[in-house]
Ligand binder design. Structure first.
Ligand code: FES
Length: 327
């Protein structure tokens, strides 16, 4: 009994024996750049590092050039060249980094029919770890370049969010420039008389005095239709809105804002060419087909003493897609 207990204790002591290596002498063989397991380029890490650095720098310059060109107004083809070239270089640098500067497998150990001695296995483990230490160390420079490349790409990728969405519409769509008494004019500024359109005719009109601004024109554009020769009532409460067969509806589609510019006389419908919404002219321009969710706002018209067409008032609701009127 006493001897057995002594043997067990002695086994623990033997483990301590592996730490009996002399101070300053490696316990296992150290890997070198001549290690046959390393790829040829990995034996020249400085050259590989230089190649990776060059491509990362080229990538940064390419993405930066794309961002600068985009910011000053853009040119589609060169933007594509710079962005594509920049991303290619960053990708190439990353691939080369992984291929030539990181430990590569497979690591082959010639196995013996019997299990290797403990000492050999520890030596192999040490060699792999040490080989990784050779090729992985001192990559702060490349890491910095990679971070810069990713950073500048992130900044450039955010450009569309801060520049390409255009101005916030705010309250500008709540009111147009149509007022009580506004005279209807065509896109040249010529006033529209009650005699200008034949039955079945259509014309895009604007309020007089507001043709200078494209934004104003975008909001104010109105489709004037002569749907008949007598007064037309499209809805209860609109008894005076359609004098002598003239009807006027906002030209801004209530689906996504395209110009509703096609008038079909035979069916008395307005067609939006973007997604084929159809609006029934004689029924207050309610949508009868397509994705438009609500009628086109109607502009009340009146013929003045000189025969000019004028607005009785502005639109009684916001023009354009329905979501713009939500708070
Ligand atoms: S914008 Fe008119 S149907 Fe879509």
């Amino acid at each position: 009994m006493s001897d057995g207990a002594t043997d067990a204790t002695g086994g623990t002591g033997a483990t301590g024996g592996t730490g009996a290596t002399e101070v300053g002498v490696p316990a296992y063989p150290v890997a070198s750049f001549d290690d046959p397991h390393l790829l040829p380029l990995a034996k020249n890490p400085r050259r590989a590092e230089a190649v990776v650095a060059v491509f990362l720098v080229l990538g940064i310059l390419g993405v930066a050039a794309y961002g600068a060109l985009y910011w000053v107004g853009g040119q589609t083809q060169w933007e594509g060249v710079f962005l594509g070239g920049g991303l290619f270089c960053i990708g190439f640098g990353l691939s080369a980094w992984g291929k030539y500067l990181l430990p590569q497998g497979p690591f082959v150990e010639q196995r013996h029919p019997m299990a290797s001695p403990e000492e050999d296995r520890k030596a192999m483990t040490s060699a792999i770890v040490d080989r990784g230490g050779i090729v992985v160390k001192r990559r702060g420079f490349l890491g910095g370049l990679l971070g810069a490349g990713m950073g500048i790409f992130g900044v450039v990728a955010a450009f569309p969010l801060i520049r390409s969405l255009g101005p916030v519409p705010g309250k500008t769509l709540d009111r147009t420039n149509w007022r009580a008494g506004s005279r209807l004019v065509d896109f040249t500024g010529r006033p529209v008389s009650v005699h200008d359109l034949e039955v079945g005719g259509a014309l895009t009109v604007f309020p007089e005095g507001y043709l200078d601004s494209e934004q104003d024109q975008a909001m104010d554009q109105t489709m004037l239709i002569r749907a008949g020769s007598a007064d037309i009532v499209t809805r209860p409460g609109r008894e005076t809105w359609g004098p002598e067969g003239y009807l006027a509806f906002s030209k801004v589609c209530t689906h996504a804002g395209c110009p509703v510019g096609l008038y079909e006389e035979q069916t008395q419908q307005l067609l939006c060419p973007c997604h084929q919404s159809l609006f029934d002219v004689l029924d207050g321009a309610v949508p009868v087909f397509g994705p438009a969710p609500r009628p086109l706002p109607q502009l009340p018209l009146v013929v003045d003493a000189d025969g000019w067409l004028r607005a009785q008032s502005g639109y009684d609701q916001p023009v354009g897609p329905g979501f713009w009127e939500r708070s």
